[in-house]
Design a protein around this ligand. Structure first.
Ligand code: SAH
Length: 306
């Protein structure tokens, strides 16, 4: 691991650097749990990574360097946090669990470039955290989080006015595949692709966690655009998208007719003006170009938005 150059070690004790380098992650997690008398809590989605390779994949995917400030979500035993501390300029890690927070406070007390925050990652004000802990650096998010808050977290961090440049997030494999699917989108994949370029940065088997979860995982990487991929009023666009996906097995025409207060015939004539494709297609199959066109034509009809 030549990446751990001399000057980057200064924040960590020699023992910590040795532990990181030894790669015995399972022991590290076990020792943490034993030291603080903790059991992984199912209710908070606590499945801890015990694969060194997976942690390194996350760091590599986010391309972390000394120029980066990393907000880590759900640090758990702090294994990823410790490795991020070696590579990044500064790290802030937000943990909801009281006991884990207290434990991490102790473990990271002497590490100058790491701050442990106590709270709910869904309520973080990114601009404030950045100003306080990451000013002047590039802003990135790296996270292995409870999977039941995956969409809520993506929504929160993508729609916040102060956005990270890159998000690398571990999630259920099927969700990551869905989000990166360009042929059959969901509302979630459309939202992600509206804000950034998404790809899968690696798969993680269920056996790489303690305790072993029921699903396999994948790292989703989102490189966020300076400007979103469509020229729209965000609020209106996502209202339209929600309507379009409201009955996902139906055609776009039927979904929209069912959720907007408009006659199907009238809607047909509006859509026909744009493209007769719109009459047959399902929302998931629309390309981004087609979304733009759909939004533009629907925007011309103010009465639809009342
Ligand atoms: N990143 C660690 C831990 C993953 S388990 C690892 O890879 O090993 C998920 C962690 O997220 C747990 O520590 C859990 O307590 C924490 N967590 C759960 N909900 C949270 C929330 N809303 N905000 C912040 N942390 C949360």
């Amino acid at each position: 691991m030549s990446k751990f150059s001399q000057d980057r070690k200064q924040h960590l004790t020699a023992r910590e650097v040795a532990a990181v380098k030894s790669g015995v992650l399972y022991e590290e997690v076990k020792a943490f749990l034993a030291r603080y008398h903790l059991d992984p809590k199912k209710s908070l989605g606590q499945n801890f990574l015990i694969s060194e390779e997976a942690l390194q994949d996350a760091i590599d995917a986010a391309d972390i360097s000394q120029e980066d400030f990393v907000l880590e979500i759900g640090p758990g035993p702090g294994t990823l946090t410790r490795r991020l501390a070696v590579q990044a300029g500064a790290v802030a890690a937000i943990e909801l669990d009281d006991k884990i927070f207290n434990a991490l406070q102790k473990d990271f007390r002497d590490i100058s470039n790491v701050t442990i925050l106590h709270g709910n990652a869904l309520e973080i004000n990114t601009a404030q955290v950045y100003r306080e802990y990451g000013c002047g650096l590039r802003f990135k998010i790296v996270a292995n989080i409870p999977y039941y808050i995956t969409s809520a977290l993506l929504k929160h961090y993508l729609s916040t006015p102060f956005k990270p440049q890159t998000i690398v997030m571990l999630m259920q494999k099927e969700v990551a595949l869905q989000v990166t699917n360009l042929k059959n989108r969901s509302l979630l994949s459309l939202s992600v692709q509206y804000y950034g370029q998404a790809d899968i940065a690696g798969f993680v088997r269920r056996s790489s966690f303690l305790p072993v979860p029921k699903v396999d995982s994948a790292f989703l990487r989102i490189q966020i655009y300076d400007r979103p991929s469509l020229h729209v009023n965000e609020e209106r666009f996502f209202a339209l998208a929600r309507f379009a996906f409201s009955q996902s097995r139906k055609t776009l025409l039927n979904s929209l007719a069912a959720s907007l207060s408009i006659d199907k015939e009238d809607l047909m004539s509006i859509l026909l003006k744009a493209d007769d494709e719109y009459l047959k297609i399902r929302a998931g199959a629309l390309s981004l170009v087609q979304w733009q066109k759909l939004y533009d034509i629907m925007s011309e009809h103010d009465s639809l938005w009342k």
